[in-house]
Design a protein around this ligand. Sequence first.
Ligand code: 13P
Ligand code: SF4
Length: 326
Amino acid sequence: MDQNKELAGKILALKERKRALILAHNYQREEVQEIADFTGDSLELSRTAVQIDCDVIVFCGVDFMAESASILNPKKTVLLPEQSACCPMADMVHWDAPRRPWSTYPGYREQPVFVYPKEFTLKDMKAMHPGVPVVCYVNTSAEVKAHSDICCTSANVVKVVESLPSDKVICVPDRNLSMWAQKNTGKKVIAWDGFCHVHDRITREDALNSRKEHPGALLLAHPECRPEVLDVADHVTSTSGMIRFASESAHKEFIVGTETGILYRLRKDNPDKIFHPLRKDMICPNMKKTTLQSVFDALSRMEHVVKVPEDIRLAAKTSLDRMLAL
Ligand code: 13P
Ligand code: SF4
């Protein structure tokens, strides 16, 4: 712990000197959340990246988040402390390169929900549904954003889908988020078959067992969970939505259906309340790669710089700007 304190002190000094801003996603390790200037969900972090005056952004999260910060802030240097911190779900959709077979991803379910040919690309999907707008989750590459009409996050997917003039939309890459949007907008959502292995592994039985174990608790679930899990939840929302809901609720006990990194902030903000993980193994290995040492190394060596080719950046920015304008 003393070692952490010393490193945290060095990071803070370096941060001042380099006019850097440290952003951390709600799933980050607690010591990383602790040294961050802002913690939040994907939507809040994208907004903060635009609003704050600084020269450098250190993004403690995964690659697509740092990429979005760089797309929105071409003049700022965006650093991703751990170069290999990625989101397997974001890798499940490509513009014109065939996707990897689903079975090679962690947490693959034997029964895919929607079946597409192995070589299927976003380009094929668009050709199959001409004129249908594409909504892409921020958990996608810059190239996919560049070929989409608008981005969304788990916090605003319903609002984004409702904002489009069409009664049919294509939604990539998360099938669970897409089904959640369809249920809550009444629009026809043409879903990609991607999934987050951390959330999609939770079954309805897990949710019901947890409810039985903690009968007085409210069940909060992230929309990346399966529809049958969301059906038995008391509240479905983004990570920061959970933090707000738990603070404002008169309830004292909650089951938390998302990555366990969020428990740190929930418990810190609400010392009088009790939080149980829906399942203790809801851990995203990529979110846990970033450590205080990697933040320190990134800032002192000014690596790893995230940059997007300018033509892709401009097109992807249009999709992100449309979302932020909502
Ligand atoms: P939010 O924090 O936007 O809810 O997203 C969760 C997530 O899985 C990000 O990778
Ligand atoms: Fe991707 Fe899921 Fe990890 Fe979020 S929790 S970064 S969606 S794998």
